[in-house]
Design a protein around this ligand. Structure first.
Ligand SMILES: [Zn+2]
Length: 433
């Protein structure tokens, strides 16, 4: 195992030898198979802000050279020109580059630069995992609400859940019988309610091989309704746009790490790699294929623990368990976690309302029905921003009507979680010992 890892690391490090950032932090003169793992251990853990700070030295020379006619600031930070799937394609002098945007714990857009070949490797891996459930699965016979150009969804805002849109989609399912689906628990349960309320017969047992979901936190009552409607297994695909799949759930319910083009480790609060099982740590990922924008010991902010499982599915890669969000991230007096709600709200504000002057934002629940929104932005007392913030929150959290929201403009320190991760939301009502 370790020998294999060492070779993969050595190959990766050699391929990025001309990278201006890594040529400074890796000692290439003495690099060999014998010290490559030690070199890996000593490399800095990269969070989003560290990548941002180095972005003009962080990518491959090949990329800078091929895109020298572009204003890179626009390429990386202008989100007005991105597609509905939050990506854009840049035609360089010699080749195309794909920029995929993601949001971190605070909702801010973050670009990842990939080649077409990187994307092929990432999507082929995911397809192989899906095929383990049913060999006839293809990208075409699935219904994908996310990261796709599903033709039925082209004129639809999937987050609005209009009755007429849902009717069209459900009728399409009856007619075309998709073999699998990709969506979030919220989408599955909204459609399940729609189908149930009208007693429509859509799926029989085993029509669907599985339904895949990409975010955590399914409520118990949601799960029952979803089971009843789709009549198949729900499969957890844990990932991030930077590297796509990090872990995929097998038939026996275990989330196996992607050890194909990734190496996944957990680190403690001091960024030291944790070698024991059953110990919580921050996920860091090393991507062996992307040499344009290296992701080496790249940290997302998600907490997990590794488990030693001898799984009947035959996959020998480690199993992880994603740790639930803490009590301090609950939005009290609603069934939701504030961290995921306000991350989504801010994603909408950045990507769709194009409010681009926000440096930092943090929402603090300091009363049962009171939120203080600390916001550091160029335009203060911005009525449009405040209105969109409220409306976007309301579209997810019905109970928000009962809350008063106070906006406080100016610079402030971001609060941090127990894992020193910047967080967009914190409730002060939970007094943690
Ligand atoms: Zn398994």
């Amino acid at each position: 195992m370790k020998v294999d890892l060492n070779y993969k690391l050595l190959k990766l490090f050699r391929k990025i030898q001309d990278n201006r950032y890594y040529s400074q932090v890796i000692n290439y003169d003495s690099l060999s198979i014998d010290n490559v793992y030690d070199t890996y251990l000593k490399l800095p853990v990269m969070g989003k802000s560290r990548v941002f700070d180095n972005i003009y030295a962080y990518l491959s020379l090949e990329f800078y050279d091929d895109c020298r006619e572009y204003d890179l600031k626009k390429v990386f930070f202008d989100v007005e020109s991105i597609s509905r799937n939050h990506d854009k394609v840049i035609q360089g002098i010699k080749q195309e580059w794909i920029i995929e945007f993601t949001t971190g714990s605070t909702g801010k857009p973050f670009p990842t630069v990939k080649t077409k070949a990187d994307k092929v490797i990432e999507s082929a891996y995911l397809l192989r995992q899906r095929k383990k459930y049913d060999h006839s699965i293809t990208l075409e016979n699935g219904f994908k609400f996310l990261h796709s150009y599903q033709p039925e969804l082209l004129d639809i805002d999937i987050w609005k859940f209009n009755d007429s849109d849902m009717e069209k989609i459900v009728n399409g399912w009856i007619e075309n019988k998709p073999k699998w689906m990709l969506a979030t628990p919220k989408i599955y349960s909204k459609y399940a309610s729609y189908i149930n309320d009208r007693s429509i017969e859509v799926f029989n047992d085993n029509d669907l091989a599985f339904i895949e979901y990409t975010s955590q936190g399914i409520l118990k009552e949601e799960e029952e309704l979803i089971q009843k409607t789709y009549k198949c297994k729900m499969v957890n695909s844990f990932g991030a746009r930077e590297c796509w799949n990090i872990a995929y759930e097998c038939k026996y319910g275990n989330l196996h790490l992607n050890n194909n083009y990734l190496h996944v480790d957990l680190v403690d609060m001091d960024n030291n790699i944790i070698n024991e099982y059953e110990k919580e740590g921050n996920i860091i990922v090393t991507h062996f294929s992307n040499t344009t924008m290296p992701l080496i010991k790249y940290k997302f902010g998600d907490i997990a623990k590794k488990k030693k499982v001898i799984c009947k599915c035959g996959n020998e890669s480690d199993v992880i368990e994603i740790c639930k969000e803490r009590d301090s991230s609950k939005l009290i007096n609603t069934p939701y976690y504030g961290t995921s709600i306000f991350r989504r709200v801010m994603r909408g504000i950045y990507f769709h309302d194009y409010i681009a002057d926000i440096k930092n934002i943090c929402v603090v629940q300091d009363g049962g029905y009171h939120l203080s929104v600390y916001v550091d932005k160029a335009i203060e007392n911005d009525i449009y921003f405040e209105r969109r913030f409220y409306e976007r929150t309301k579209s997810i959290v019905d109970e928000i009507d009962k809350f008063t929201i106070t906006f406080i403009y100016g610079s402030f320190f971001m609060p941090e979680t127990a894992n020193c991760k910047e967080t967009i939301f914190k409730n002060m009502l939970h007094i943690t010992p």
